[in-house]
Design a protein around this ligand. Structure first.
Ligand code: GLN
Length: 474
């Protein structure tokens, strides 16, 4: 039987046909049964979840108003702060860190009646595309457990795909919502930069990342977005406002679609490009116009992204000194600098250390102009390229990932190959525009993701096109 959507659970909870306590209990039975194999969660919060469910049941009986996500079990990526619940970023260095506050998004979800069921696995600090760089354990792809779920929000996408949560929060710095959504066959939305508050998100690269929903369908994605988009004075880069995104129209008959040729370049699997073109034909049959577009600067997106992301990471991660948060290993250290370097040596994983060193290098005197500044200039050109394209087209469509999921272990041996696989996702982060990945067929049993991009703050348009494709491609 098909699991109920978040929308259906919320509706049923409000009208009393669904018991939130029973929903939560059934869900934890499923988690008990399947998470041994999938390993989507770092922490589960059964006791708290049942308390939250009872609270909602009490409210309903007292005829109090219930929120838009009443009784919906939601998983949260482990780089988003949850009050009283350990938040580790899948890193040893944050083991034992219990945030004293909720991130704004978590607070907003709770206000809407959502039930937090646990914290999901990820690549350490969000650095990776497979969830194998978690300091604790890798997560497996529910569609085929010999494959990775994608990353870095792999735990969130796997939990939603395996029905261990009705929806989840992920974060996307360079594709970390869209990549695992594509690999696990679910819907992942990276909102416009600034639409959703980042307050309480443990930073990897501030100028690139956004929190967004991972769901099983487009309607749930619109519901989640409606609940987390808002203006938050606690995040100075946040310019969002409350809006109902569930009213999107899936009429594509006059839509002008641009297909960036760089998204079908070398390394793109034939099965992937065939699947996207099949979908594009459907859109054309419906009256949309399709035209190829040349986004020249996108070819430099990957190089620019990795310099900017690593530079920001090197500065953000300087705060982990073995004193302020969780983990402390070298209690015998005699001075601050020994303690600092010892704890960072043991506390950070290899990939994180590598990025801190590369980022520090790119920012250092003498190299700043050649690397960081140049990367920022390329970023400006990419923004201009997208702006130009959106003068002509309503949306841009291409694959989310050039390939289907990798085998476990396949990419960890070749970091460059792993970075290359982000080529289709990082441009949207550099440009700050919204992008969604939706399921679009499969190859050898592994899902293919289609990516739709729109101008900043045009999430409603994005959801409309996604809604049409979801219906027509099913
Ligand atoms: N794979 C990319 C990286 O490693 C993106 C990660 C992310 O979006 N957090 O940086």
């Amino acid at each position: 039987m098909k699991a109920k959507s978040a929308w259906e659970i919320a509706e049923g909870t409000r009208d009393g046909s669904i018991s939130p306590v029973e929903t939560v209990e059934a869900l934890f039975e499923r988690i008990g049964e399947h998470d041994i194999e999938i390993k989507a969660f770092i922490t589960t919060t059964k006791k708290l979840a049942i308390e939250q469910a009872k609270e909602i049941e009490k409210k309903r009986k007292a005829k109090q108003k219930l929120g838009r996500l009443a009784g919906v079990p939601i998983a949260v990526k482990d780089n988003i702060c949850t009050q009283g619940i350990e938040t580790t970023c899948a890193s040893k260095i944050l083991r034992g860190f219990i945030p004293p506050y909720d991130a704004t998004v978590v607070k907003m979800l709770k206000e809407e009646g959502a039930i937090i069921v646990g914290k999901t696995n990820m690549d350490e600090f969000g650095m990776g595309s497979t969830t194998e760089f978690s300091a604790f354990f890798p997560t497996r792809n529910p569609r085929n457990t010999s494959y990775v779920p994608g990353g870095s929000s792999g735990g969130s996408a796997a939990a939603v795909a395996k029905e261990l949560a009705s929806a989840a929060l992920g974060t996307d710095t360079g594709g970390s919502i869209r990549c695992p959504s594509a690999f696990c066959g679910v819907v992942g939305l990276k909102p416009t930069y600034g639409l959703v508050s980042r307050y309480g998100l443990i930073a990897y690269a501030n100028s690139l990342e956004q929190i967004g929903p991972i769901t099983r369908d487009v309607r749930d994605s619109s519901l989640m977005l409606s609940c987390i988009a808002a203006h938050d004075p606690m995040d100075s880069t946040n310019v969002g406002e409350k809006k109902d995104y569930t009213k999107f129209r899936d009429d594509v008959s006059r839509l002008k679609i641009g297909v960036p040729k760089q998204y079908f370049g070398e390394g793109t699997q034939k099965a992937v490009s065939d699947a996207i073109w099949r979908a594009l034909k459907k859109l054309e049959d419906e009256g949309a116009t399709i035209e190829e577009v040349d986004l020249k600067t996108v070819e430099y997106a990957l190089a620019s992204y990795y310099i900017i992301a690593m530079s920001e990471a090197s500065s953000n991660l300087a705060r982990y000194d073995g004193l302020r948060y969780g983990f402390q290993e070298s209690s015998g250290a005699r001075n601050w600098s020994t303690l600092f370097s010892k704890d960072r040596k043991i506390g950070f994983g290899f990939e994180v250390k590598k990025r801190i060193i590369l980022g520090t290098f790119a920012l250092s005197a003498g190299y700043f102009d050649a690397y960081y500044l140049k990367a920022q200039m390329v970023r400006s050109l990419i923004i201009q390229d997208f702006e130009k394209a959106f003068k002509k087209f309503d949306v841009l469509i291409g694959p989310t990932m050039p390939t289907t999921a990798f085998k476990l272990g396949e990419k960890t041996v070749d970091p460059l190959a792993m970075y290359m696989s982000d080529c289709d996702t990082v441009p949207a982060n550099l440009a700050g525009i919204p992008a969604i990945s939706i399921p679009c067929g499969s190859s050898n049993g592994l899902p293919i993701g289609m990516q739709i991009m729109a101008p900043s703050f045009e999430e409603e348009r994005l959801l409309g096109v996604a809604g049409f494709c979801e219906r027509e491609l099913a």
